[in-house]
Design a protein around this ligand. Structure first.
Ligand code: CA
Length: 127
């Protein structure tokens, strides 16, 4: 089940998925669809009304394996992440697989680098 909001830019998968499953879910929605990029505060706010139903949402930001603590890329474009909205004490990779970025409701949808394999997180897509 998916949610459509406003112009249809933001879609969330209601079922929790790993980051990799979320990546595939978004790509399968529409040509050009992908996990959500947040390149400005404006962009994050644009989809904020959708967030409220979900405790955690995947973005498309990912740290390369062996990357520096603050080294992230938007995977669809390959662009380095510059605008950030990290939560308190983040980014803080807990394990070697905490290389994917989610939004956490508990910290007002600020960013958290998190285990890519956690399949309880909602995929947030855009196109
Ligand atoms: Ca973290």
């Amino acid at each position: 089940m998916t949610y459509y909001l406003g112009t249809g830019v933001c879609v969330a998968n209601k079922t929790g998925v790993s980051w990799y499953e979320g990546d595939l879910f978004c790509k399968g929605l529409y040509p050009g669809a992908h996990l959500f990029d947040i390149k400005s505060e404006e962009e994050q706010l644009a989809c904020l009304p959708l967030f409220d139903s979900f405790p955690e949402l995947w973005t498309s930001a990912k740290r390369p394996v062996g990357g520096d603590r603050e080294e992230f890329y938007w995977i669809n474009s390959g662009e380095r992440v510059t605008y950030t909205n990290w939560g308190p004490k983040e980014p803080r990779p807990g394990t070697s697989r905490s290389n994917c970025v989610r939004l956490k409701k508990a910290t007002r949808y600020t960013w958290d680098d998190h285990n890519c394999m956690d399949n309880r997180v909602t995929a947030l897509c855009e196109w």
